[in-house]
Design a protein. Structure first.
Length: 473
């Protein structure tokens, strides 16, 4: 009897391993990922399948796919931008068609004109503007963020949002389930107490079970009637450099006005519906033209048929003719993006990358050092930005193209997270952001091939060890 039980246990354990292997082989897009999970599941019985259950299975894939397929039915007003409705729509006069076409084909949506996009540097500029917009909102206040850190800033947001509830506005907050754990105190609970609707995005829990802790909503959006804010900035006192000049966080957020606000409302409500199952129709009036920026949202995440951001980065980098500037806190790009950057540099494009000199995640910086030689040898130039830690995510190309948003250039943003970026065609916005990056370059320190080679053997081995795990960092 004991032998029979042992045999059944042995078969059950290995059956779980092979189930994990089969699932990985059928669902993973990257053969290296499929191979890694196959080896883990086979050589680590019980532990391997458990890790695959926790970190490998994208439970959001099918839900996100169904959501994407039902968008035209639930958001009829949004189809005005849909590529399928007018695939022959001409590119606006003066825009570079080679830079515009990739985003149109990848997202299946046309550019949205008549917008005003204003960069706001650090929380010192962004938070007062956002709080003022909340104070003036009469109809809706929608906020989604990865982190809503307890402190003076979050308390101010809660106070203003509660006032909006009292005015009769529709107030909603959507926080990431893992990001909400960054703060021991829960300031958003005061919102729920006053009648605002507060939801967590895929919170980890045992009952009912939700183990998809690797799938995060990294998007940042604030909607206040006909004005919106987006970018990469979380809600935290640390973003106010006036209060934390040496150990704060540098970042850029963006104030948006014009028709693009309707698209950002749609993005928020899709996130809300994904989390709650309640899908609002987009029946808001379209905002009047407010500027001359042409914009397009890029919503990427599990469930997309293609990895939109990865493909878009590759396309626009490959279309560059003169200059590419990249500013990102975490730089562990895909092989495709690496190849595009090297190719651009070899074509004579001036490719410049700005990374933080002091990273809040040292292992990310060490892993990056391992892959830099391939770029430096191709002619890409890399600078380290002086502290405090820079969390900005910016891309500028050839005088009028910018890409902003929540996505980092790493595997988590490109393959796992739900991200929201925005393409911007506007020479004035380009000049502001390019000057900001150039200021960081002039004040920073350039990394050379000699710097990499002078590292000790121990440092090189440390960098390589972190680099091995770069797909999972």
């Amino acid at each position: 009897m004991l032998l029979l039980l042992e045999s059944l246990a042995f078969l059950a354990i290995h059956a779980l391993s092979w189930l994990s292997v089969c699932h990985a082989l059928l669902t993973k897009r990257d053969p290296r990922s499929a191979l890694a999970w196959t080896a883990t599941s086979l050589f680590l019985p019980i532990i391997g399948p458990l890790f695959y259950l926790l970190f490998g299975i994208s439970r959001a894939e099918s839900r996100a796919g169904k959501l994407a397929r039902r968008v035209p039915a639930t958001t009829p007003n949004y189809t005005r931008l849909h590529f399928a409705d007018n695939p022959q729509k001409e590119v606006p006069v003066g825009l570079n068609e080679q830079m515009e076409l990739p985003g149109r084909c990848i997202t299946a949506r046309h550019l949205c004109g008549g917008n005003s996009i204003r960069p706001l540097f650090n929380g010192d500029a962004a938070y007062p503007a956002m709080l003022d917009a909340i104070a003036k909102a009469e109809h809706c206040v929608y906020l989604t963020s990865y982190i809503f850190q307890s402190g003076d800033i979050s308390e101010a947001f809660v106070e203003r949002m509660n006032e909006a509830v009292n005015r009769g506005a529709d107030v909603r907050m959507l926080l990431d389930g893992i990001g909400s754990l960054y703060s021991l105190a829960k300031p958003w609970k005061k919102l729920a107490d006053h009648g605002a609707r507060v939801e967590l995005f895929l919170p980890p829990r045992l009952f009912p079970p939700n183990f998809g802790i690797n799938l995060r909503n990294h998007r940042k959006i604030l909607i206040c009637d006909d004005i919106a804010y987006t970018g990469g900035m979380n809600i935290s006192d640390k973003n106010s450099l006036g209060k934390y000049p040496t150990n704060g966080i540098q970042d850029v957020h963006f104030c948006c006005k014009g028709p693009i606000v309707l698209d950002l409302k749609r993005a928020f409500l899709l996130n809300w519906g994904f989390s709650t199952g309640e899908y609002d129709k987009i029946d808001f009036p379209e905002s009047s033209p407010a500027g001359k920026s042409y914009c397009r949202l890029v919503m990427d995440g599990p469930g997309s048929e293609i990895e939109m951001l990865n493909e878009l980065y590759c396309c626009v980098i490959s279309a560059a003719k003169r200059a590419i500037r990249v500013m990102t806190p975490y730089f562990l790009p895909s092989h495709d993006i690496m190849a595009s950057l090297r190719s651009a540099a070899r074509r004579g494009v001036d490719v410049r990358i700005v990374l933080p000199e002091r990273n809040n995640l040292p292992y990310m910086h060490w892993a990056t050092l391992r892959l830099l030689p391939a770029l430096l040898k191709a002619g890409v130039r890399v600078w380290l930005q002086r502290p405090p830690f820079a969390h900005s995510k910016l891309l500028t190309i050839d005088g009028d193209y910018c890409q902003i948003g929540s996505a980092n250039l790493d595997a988590r943003s490109l393959h796992l997270n739900f991200e929201l970026n925005m393409e911007i065609f506007d020479a004035d916005v380009y000049n502001i952001l390019a000057a900001h990056i150039d200021d960081a370059i002039h004040a920073g320190r350039e990394i050379t091939q000699e710097d990499i080679e002078r590292q000790t053997l121990v440092a090189k081995l440390r960098n390589a060890a972190c680099w091995i795990f770069s797909p999972y960092l």
